[in-house]
Design a protein around this ligand. Structure first.
Ligand SMILES: Nc1ncnc2c1ncn2[C@@H]1O[C@H](COP(=O)(O)OP(=O)(O)OP(=O)(O)O)[C@@H](O)[C@H]1O
Ligand SMILES: [Mg+2]
Length: 278
């Protein structure tokens, strides 16, 4: 089911040079989409246009309904929850708890539900102990967890994460991974920008590649990361697992993570041992 349909989206900050040029794509329910591309390629600008923070030229339809006016943009904003790349520009309240509750309170839902969702989101992002702290004085990784909790509490149809793992330590990347999994298990759609190709390979079903304001590829994850020419053109690194597989050769099912890789390498090793003993 198509949730968002975008056609010929263009955006310019200064009215001169287009930062986004003729972006067209469809986003379907339940997809896990990684958005990759070099610094300045247009990923964050694209996300802000998707969420209606920036008003782009072109066609956007949500659930088949074209976004035309203020009411349409309100619906778009409610359906798409965005975690900004810069956590500071998202934070507005004076305590962590008030910050996480802020967006939910604007959804016109029962107070008890606001409290429940705020508590749940703080629990999921492991920030309960920070509850009464002023968000602006938190560490980078703590702030990131707060702004992710903001969006989790709002339960949008489409989650947009702009480099959510930036400044998170290993333990909190694990927390993020579990949260992403539980959002996907609810059937929700996730778009995420990342510079971590290993993470994109492991997590995404579909990858969209931006370069100089355009989408230069949009395909299933495996096809994107097997396309050396494309990666070179976009200036992107091949995931480590695929670099290792280059040495051992392509297999019918390419590994998505270290565990899959270990199984394949073990099989290859055993095969070699069998051949030697024959
Ligand atoms: N507020 C702004 N005013 C003017 N130009 C901007 C503004 N925000 C972004 N740009 C420019 O738009 C282009 C796209 O920037 P954008 O932030 O979308 O890139 P990105 O792909 O998210 O990069 P990164 O990987 O560094 O986050 C860049 O050339 C950037 O300098
Ligand atoms: Mg960005």
């Amino acid at each position: 089911m198509t949730l968002l349909k975008i056609e010929n989206l263009c955006y310019s900050f200064d009215g001169n040079k287009d930062v986004l040029r003729n972006i067209s794509l469809e986003i379907n329910k339940g997809e896990k989409i990684a958005v990759i591309g070099n610094n300045g390629a247009g990923k964050s600008t694209f996300f802000l246009c998707l969420n209606g923070v920036l008003k782009a030229e072109g066609y956007i339809a949500l659930n088949g309904e074209k976004i035309l006016d203020k009411r349409g943009f309100e619906k778009l904003r409610k359906a798409t929850g965005i975690v900004f790349q810069d956590a500071d520009s998202q934070i507005i309240a004076s305590t962590v708890k008030a910050e996480v509750a802020f967006g939910v309170m604007n959804l016109n839902i029962e107070k008890s539900e606001v409290i429940k969702r705020t508590e749940n989101a703080m629990e999921k992002m492991c920030i309960k102990s920070l509850s009464s702290r002023p968000p602006h004085y938190l560490s980078g990784g703590e702030k990131r967890r707060v702004v992710i909790a903001d969006i989790i509490a709002m339960k949008p149809e489409i989650y947009i994460f702009d480099e959510p793992a930036a400044s998170l330590d290993t333990e909190n990347v694990g927390v993020l991974e579990r949260v992403l999994e539980s959002i996907s298990n609810e059937g929700k759609t996730i778009l995420m920008s990342t510079h971590d190709m290993d993470f994109a390979l492991k997590w995404a079903d579909r990858v969209i590649v931006f370069s100089h304001g355009e989408i230069i590829a949009d395909d299933i994850t495996e096809k994107i990361f097997l396309n050396d020419e494309l990666l070179k053109k976009a200036g992107l690194k091949k995931p480590t697992i695929y670099q290792i597989m280059d040495v051992f050769g392509y297999t019918e099912t390419m590994p998505k993570n270290i565990e899959d890789l270990k199984v394949i390498l073990k099989e290859k090793f055993n095969e070699k041992q069998r051949n030697i003993s024959c």
